[in-house]
Design a binder for this molecule. Structure first.
Ligand SMILES: [Zn+2]
Length: 153
């Protein structure tokens, strides 16, 4: 499971392994304590900085246009990176959660990230309707190959 953190997740001092974020998020972290937390995560390799692909960025832009959610360039990059990595977003931002759901990207609020049992949703195949756990890493159905979307348990 790869987690993608937005700036809010870093401000909340979240500490999980296999986390990713973008350079734009790091640039938004300016207060001293959050910066030190960020430095520790980067130094321990718990957090890796990566950039989203241009294709994923334009996919997120198109999806955002359908919802009317106003997202910053940083938000768009975070969602696009989660899409590239078939990852799981950690965010408290309603707009980011909304667009991620439409793209079938699982997410958690910062309070419950990493606590699998508290998730009240699962992934469901858009083709054959098979259910998958929220941390299913393949991104597509192992039966029919269709895209997975978020669904209530
Ligand atoms: Zn299927």
């Amino acid at each position: 499971m790869k987690y993608v953190l937005d700036a809010g997740a870093i401000f909340s001092r979240i500490d999980i392994d296999a986390a990713h974020t973008t350079a734009a998020v790091c640039a938004e972290v300016r207060d001293r304590e959050s910066s030190q937390h960020l430095e520790r995560l980067l130094a321990s390799r718990k957090l890796v900085v990566r950039e989203p692909t241009p294709g994923a960025v334009s996919l997120v832009r198109r999806t955002m246009g359908r919802t009317g959610d106003g997202l910053s360039e940083t938000d768009i990059g975070v969602i696009a990176l989660a899409h590239d990595l078939s990852g799981h977003i950690v965010t408290d931002d309603y707009g980011v959660q909304n667009v991620s759901s439409l793209l079938g990207i699982p997410w958690s609020p910062t309070k419950t990230a990493g606590i699998r049992q508290t998730l009240s949703w699962c992934l469901r195949c858009t083709g054959c309707r098979k259910r998958f756990p929220p941390d299913w890493s393949e991104g597509v159905c192992d039966v029919c190959g269709s895209r997975l979307a978020r669904s209530k348990r």
